[in-house]
Write a protein that binds this ligand. Structure first.
Ligand SMILES: Cc1ncc(COP(=O)(O)O)c(C=O)c1O
Length: 387
């Protein structure tokens, strides 16, 4: 075996607190950060080796438009993980997924266009997607009275399409709920959007993080309608913990969507070469790491449920299908609309405030369990102590 067994050991809180990334730099010393979607795990050994080699060789210049091997590496990964056949010649490089969403929105929404997304949403969808001449339409989820409360409300989508929705940004798996959208729902969305002439920007950044028991269905495998109207944006950044290195991918199928994105100016030289090097190594050699990671996250998900039930029984949650993010309903804790602020102040534990994800997030918070079991337990212990 060319690389040693997968190491998922996490340092203690003191060492994590010295990290310079947003998750840890954003909290005071001693505060347990369970915020930004980064994990605390080591990166895969083959990725570290590829990054060290690039630095040793002083190979740190600009990213070319078509980085050697990257499209092929992603196509191989997509085939192995999801049985999705990707044409490596049509994998384009972006600095990150948000950059792709912003640029594609500019290109595809048109003046006066409406852009929609499921609400609650990754906070920048609310903040960054509106622009001069483009309004956003947060679309509600089906709701608690329905069989599948976190499904997209298709009547609301129909109404938005009738009002001129031009672009639907569809995060699958969804952040913050961690829900992996079933194929029937994806097909229904595709049919509606294609019939109305709207584009779907399928944000699949969390796709590799589907946990045991669930499946990730890539948008471009859903149907002809999906392939015609959809663009996939994805990245190695979440699963392999490389977000700061800046590289993401845009994928299309032949047809209208591929023709439309051909007009997008090249974004590759805004990406980071280390991001490209890391992504290629992750897609080529990261399967063993990813399998170990998913097993660890599955364990942490169970542990989180047990600890919450024992120590914070008023917290309600649906374990996510995917991601290391838990969307917690804390409305019964009696802490008001901003429970994360109270937990932070009293318990020295930082969760992401639910309200940042949109109006439906009032009284909710997002917890990141992409860390050691010890720190998952400590997170819940601190929440309980704050009560
Ligand atoms: C659904 C979703 N989309 C996009 C992003 C941001 O990705 P990037 O850093 O590639 O812009 C995130 C980050 O957490 C996310 O959860």
């Amino acid at each position: 075996m060319p690389f040693p067994a997968v190491d998922l050991s996490v340092p203690g809180l003191e060492e994590l607190g010295r990290r310079r990334s947003a998750k840890w730099a954003g909290v005071a010393p001693g505060v347990l950060s369970s915020t930004i979607a980064e994990t605390d795990f080591p990166i895969p050994e083959p990725v570290a080796e590829a990054l060290h080699a690039a630095i040793r060789e002083d190979d740190l210049g600009y990213v070319p438009s078509r980085p050697a091997g990257l499209g092929e590496a992603f196509a191989g990964f997509a085939q192995r993980r999801w049985d999705w056949e990707v044409d490596p010649g049509h994998v384009r490089v972006l600095p990150d997924v948000m950059d792709g969403l912003i640029e594609l929105r500019r290109l595809l929404a048109g003046s006066g266009g409406l852009v929609g997304f499921a609400d609650p949403a990754y906070p920048p969808f609310h903040r960054v997607l509106p622009q001069a001449g483009v309004a956003v339409r947060p679309l509600p989820l089906a709701g608690e009275s329905t069989e599948d409360p976190w499904a997209l409300d298709l009547d609301a989508l129909d109404a938005a399409l009738a009002d001129g929705l031009r672009v639907l940004v569809l995060a699958n798996p969804h952040n913050p709920t961690g829900r992996a959208l079933p194929v029937a729902e994806l097909a229904a969305i595709a049919e509606r959007c294609a019939a109305a002439g709207a584009w779907v920007l399928a944000d699949e950044i969390h796709g590799p993080l589907v946990l045991p028991g669930a499946t990730h269905v890539p948008w471009l495998t859903v149907s002809d309608a999906a392939r015609e109207c959809g663009v996939v944006l994805t990245s190695a950044s979440k699963a392999f913990n490389l977000a700061g290195l800046k590289a993401a991918l845009m994928v299309t199928a032949p047809g209208a969507a591929r023709d439309a994105v051909a007009a997008l100016p090249d974004r590759a030289n805004r990406a980071g070469l280390l991001g490209v090097v890391g992504a290629r190594a992750a897609f080529e050699h990261g399967d063993a790491y990813l399998d170990a990671l998913l097993a660890q996250l599955d364990h942490n998900r169970t542990l989180l449920g047990e600890r919450l039930a024992a120590e914070v029984p008023a917290a309600r949650w649906t374990p996510p299908d995917a991601t290391y993010l838990a969307w917690l309903d804390l409305r019964d804790l009696g802490l008001g609309d901003h429970p994360a602020a109270v937990l932070h102040r009293r318990g020295r534990v930082a969760l992401s405030p639910g309200r940042h994800y949109g109006a439906p997030g009032a009284g909710w918070a997002r917890l990141n369990f992409g860390t050691s079991p010890d720190l998952v337990e400590e997170t819940v212990r601190r929440m309980a102590a704050a009560l």
